[in-house]
Design a protein around this ligand. Structure first.
Ligand code: PLP
Length: 228
């Protein structure tokens, strides 16, 4: 996009979001050069929602001999969208955080693939907080049931770090605030007993409301990289 300065936009977003809130730069559909520019400006975590694209970008930035992200040593890849079980194996070797786990069968698969790669994989559980039925996520009772299995030692290779949710796409800011509050309440209920530290909520259009309601991780795409 002509005249769109990614480094400047990153700096503006980073300055606007409180320092204690992590900003995930959502680079989906954007080229490698955009990621390089944002990294140079200071971005370290990048969000992608398609496995094939994520793997392709990871490989493009990986040194062919060492297999390391040589020039991007602290870059962390975040899988932010719906994740199909049969694709977990492709990201398991390197993914930093999976944001949208909403089924036990997906936890089973992440656990298995983490084990196969000799590592633990960090995830967030996605809760359904929006009125829209199109949005994914666990219900409150499903979350409770799942966490009681975590308590008894299920999924040892999975590190659940907290919760993630998406608010309804609406101009009604009060409704968005209520939805984020409901997620924050659940997060607070379980945080101490499960050692959680991450509440991922908020995107370009609603991050301010999310932060006002307790988010400590925002996922920002278009405000940094421009329209998709
Ligand atoms: C695309 C996407 C974002 C970023 O959206 P923007 O409105 O461009 O900031 C955040 N979270 C998820 C899950 C997404 O798919």
């Amino acid at each position: 996009m002509d005249g769109w300065d990614i480094a400047q936009r990153w700096n503006e977003v980073r300055a606007a979001v409180p320092a204690e809130v992590q900003v995930i730069a959502v680079s989906k559909t954007k080229p490698i050069s955009a990621i390089e520019t944002a990294y140079t400006a200071g971005a370290r975590s990048f969000g992608e929602n398609r496995v094939q694209e994520l793997v392709g970008k990871h490989e493009a930035l990986t040194h062919p001999e060492t297999g390391q992200l040589a020039d991007y040593p602290d870059l962390s890849w975040h899988q932010i969208g719906t994740l199909q079980k049969n694709k977990v194996k492709y990201i398991a070797p390197f993914v930093g955080l999976i944001h949208a786990v909403d089924q036990r069968s997906l936890l089973d698969e992440v656990d298995k693939r983490a084990d196969a790669n000799g590592r633990k994989i960090s995830v967030l559980l996605q809760l359904h907080i929006a009125q829209e039925s199109s949005k994914f996520g666990l219900s409150e009772s499903e979350l409770a049931a799942l966490l009681s299995d975590v308590d008894t030692g299920h999924w040892p290779q999975v590190e659940i770090k907290g919760l993630m949710g998406m608010a309804t796409f609406t101009e009604d800011r009060a409704q968005v605030a209520r939805e984020f509050q409901s997620l924050r309440k659940l997060y607070d209920r379980y945080r101490d007993s499960f050692g959680w530290d991450t509440l991922s909520m908020g995107m370009s259009g609603d991050w301010q409301i999310a932060v006002d309601n307790g988010s400590n991780m925002v996922r920002i795409g278009s405000s940094i990289f421009g329209h998709r």
